[in-house]
Design a binder for this molecule. Structure first.
Ligand code: ADP
Ligand code: MG
Length: 364
């Protein structure tokens, strides 16, 4: 039987609706689960319950062959005995400890020779050489993030929990560290759970993704499948990007990349080199639908396609267009009538290059 993680817990904070999360997924050596959802949906509570820092009043948590929590059998394994590395959203570095002091914090059980050896290894792995004696306040945001990760990983945990690991960083640093974090997580060969509400992060880092809203898990699946095939309108609203398809960069001129998706060419912004595999991500509201044969627009992409489906979504309508790959546009009901749209009608989908988001696709 494949190794699994099972979470089935109820946690109620006074005066609030209960958080009732159920989730089960296969765990391999380096599986990254993404917990995705809006602020307040219960992501941190679930992570803290897995870490043993929050006690659900009811339920079970099982990791591979170990039961960490089972309220019916009164099993409550302590946080220490779970061997988990946990990185909270604000990092929670010890301000008066040096980098080495922070990293060595969880290594108290080791002889001092072994402890120092492990610290040196981890300092190298996270490229913190030269900063050993620095205090957290002397470090940049990106360096603090690496120290926090190094501290979580140093005791060789069997599971790593990262709560919005990149959210405290400025946008350029976040973009750079997103790629680094992906290679690091694969290199560590350590199952991890990463909380985020950023879809590019979910696509870059995740193998499996669970979408949470109002304390419940609404969908579990591969990230690109969840994005392109949300289980219901609620999940679609939460994930907020309706088209996610595989593409390949075939040209790149100063960051304006041309990608092919199933033979259809698209322009988007990316620094990826020719040959790179990417996820092409397009939000439905960024697609302008025009009658075939109509005039020019400023958009870089004009894709010819046939309407395959028209699905009302509240006041808006989702128009699915087959243009070599399935593309979703969201337009008003009035526009559907004006353009006389129905299945089989030929249209042009116009998309600005800036709205074609290209997210690097790792070759796992
Ligand atoms: P997320 O990490 O997805 O933003 P949280 O797990 O932090 O969500 O919070 C989920 C809900 O539980 C929110 O309504 C939040 O206000 C509430 N909550 C979280 N921690 C506490 C706490 N210690 N006391 C009371 N309410 C809490
Ligand atoms: Mg949170």
């Amino acid at each position: 039987m494949a190794a699994e993680m099972t979470i089935d817990v109820t946690k109620t904070f006074p005066g609030r609706a209960p958080i009732q999360a159920r989730l089960r997924y296969a765990v391999e050596a380096s599986t990254v689960l993404i917990l995705f959802g809006p602020s307040g949906s219960g992501k941190t509570t679930i992570l803290r319950s897995i870490a043993g820092l929050e006690w659900p009043e009811d339920g079970r948590i099982e990791f591979v062959s170990r039961t960490w929590l089972d309220t019916r059998s009164r099993i409550r394994v302590s946080p220490q005995d779970r061997h988990i590395g946990y990185m909270p959203q604000d990092y929670a570095l010890f301000p008066t400890y040096s980098v080495v002091g922070n990293i060595g914090y969880g290594l108290g059980a080791l002889e001092s020779h072994d402890r120092n050896k492990r610290i040196t290894e981890v300092v190298e792995l996270f490229q913190l050489q030269g900063l050993e004696a620095a205090k957290p306040r002397e470090l940049s945001g990106g360096q603090q993030q690496r120290v926090a990760l190094a501290r979580a990983v140093a005791p060789r945990p069997q599971l790593l929990l990262l709560d919005e690991p990149l959210s405290a960083l400025d946008a350029p640093t976040r973009l750079q560290l997103r790629g680094e974090l992906r290679s690091l997580l694969k290199q560590l060969a350590l199952p991890s759970i990463v909380v985020t509400h950023d879809w590019a992060e979910a696509l870059t880092l995740g193998d499996v993704m669970a979408v949470m809203d109002e304390g419940q898990v609404h969908q579990v699946g591969k990230p690109h499948e969840v994005f392109s095939r949300p289980a219901d309108a609620n999940v679609a609203r939460i994930v907020g990007v309706e088209t996610v398809v595989h593409g390949q960069v075939i040209e790149n001129v100063n960051g304006l990349a041309t990608v092919t998706v199933n033979g259809t060419r698209l322009k988007g912004l990316s620094n990826d080199a020719i040959g790179a595999g990417v996820y092409v991500c397009i939000r439905a509201e960024d697609v302008v639908v025009e009658q075939a044969g109509s005039g020019m627009t400023s958009a870089r992409n004009h894709l010819t396609g046939l309407v395959s489906e028209i699905a009302p979504q509240g006041v808006m309508v989702h128009v699915k267009i087959d243009c070599g790959f399935p593309l979703t546009a969201t337009i008003t009901r009035g526009a559907v009538e004006d353009l006389r749209l129905s299945p089989g009608v030929s249209v042009i989908a116009a998309i600005k290059a800036g709205a074609v988001h290209l997210v690097p696709r790792s070759v796992a």
